[in-house]
Write a protein that binds this ligand. Structure first.
Ligand code: ZN
Length: 328
């Protein structure tokens, strides 16, 4: 029997009778991270990294949560589970599962670059490695984040000098906080949309010290926004909420920027290729460093990445799952 099985309800560990990131409500859920496609409302209990709990509280409400630190084993019916940093968002974890000497790692979503906000990815050796492949094509090749943030800060500076408000769209959990920390706050004030402020509060509750942001609702004079940078979720890009910032210019921070085959069309003025997922080189490094004899690819360019691995002597299989990825 496989240590982890792929079922309609999600990744199932039969010997422990628990699911990892289930797609439906189950008795006991182990959560890799708190992005919406990895958490399901209505489970009887949730086991996650301790820093995920302030987010789970805000997203799922009151439930039975148990939080653990990285590397601390939790035994369920003789199966040993432990959480290890995935470098993706606050609390994001790879789940190591060990039973009778066999080790599997379910990586959840991950990235290899240390973003200096979240605990960086840690490679875990295993027999079977379950990986995402959101950006599993060679054309996805990220620049170091330092050069991307230099571009963002220069773009903001130029706009501020011209008296035009800068609005940047970024996913409210993980990406937004990463941007806030790397902005040059000397350029002007930084305002965050309410949904991002809500996640900022979760970060603060988890002990992360974020650079200061303000709520735009506290301001009534449009002049206040002339030198400002506004961080908003992608869903706000057509909202009338934007009118208060006129004149403004917009940008999107996403791994899909520059990918011509992407259907993630954008109406923003510019874009920055900043992702919280591993690029092609990162995925390959993660697989190699795991030293796994078998790789299972769960979402994104699954068949392409699995085929590449098989051609390069690593046994791999693509598995269809319901993860859709929060990949802005
Ligand atoms: Zn995610």
């Amino acid at each position: 029997m496989s240590l982890i099985q792929f079922t309609e309800k999600g990744m199932y560990v039969p010997f422990a009778n628990v699911y990892i990131d289930p797609f439906v409500s189950v008795d006991k859920a182990i959560v890799t991270h708190a992005h919406g496609d990895h958490i399901k409302r209505g489970c009887s209990s949730y086991l996650s990294h301790i820093q995920s709990i302030p987010i789970l509280n805000r997203r799922l409400g009151k439930n039975k949560y148990e939080g653990v630190q990285y590397g601390i084993p939790v035994h369920i019916n003789g199966v040993k589970f432990s959480f290890h940093p995935a470098g993706h968002i606050l609390g994001s974890s790879q789940i190591r599962v060990e039973y009778k000497g066999e080790v599997w790692v379910a990586s959840g979503d991950y990235k290899m670059e240390d973003d200096e906000v979240h605990t960086p990815f840690e490679s875990i050796k295993c027999n079977t490695f379950i990986t995402e492949s959101t950006f599993g094509l060679p054309e996805f090749d990220w620049l170091p984040q330092q050069s991307i943030f230099e571009e963002i800060n220069q773009w903001w500076h130029t706009n501020a000098e011209a008296g035009i408000c800068s609005i940047i769209f970024a996913y409210s959990l993980g990406k937004a906080q990463r941007i806030i920390q790397h902005l040059n706050h000397a350029n002007g004030p930084v305002f965050a949309h309410g949904s991002i402020e809500n996640m900022n509060d979760a970060y603060k509750e988890a002990g992360i010290i974020l650079k200061p942001t303000q709520k735009p609702s506290n301001y009534i004079n449009k002049k206040d926004f002339r030198k400002a940078l506004i961080i908003a979720p992608p869903s706000a890009d057509t909202s009338i909420w934007l009118k208060k910032f006129e004149p403004y210019i917009t940008a999107k921070a996403s791994g899909w920027i520059g990918n011509l085959n992407s259907n993630q069309g954008s109406i923003t003025d510019t874009g920055f290729a900043l992702s919280d997922h591993a690029d092609w080189k990162g995925l390959n490094k993660a697989v190699k460093d795991s030293q796994a004899q078998k790789v299972i690819v769960t979402h994104g360019y699954t068949s392409e990445f699995a085929q590449w691995l098989n051609q390069n002597g690593i046994e791999a299989e693509a598995v269809k799952t319901q993860f859709d990825g929060n990949v802005i």
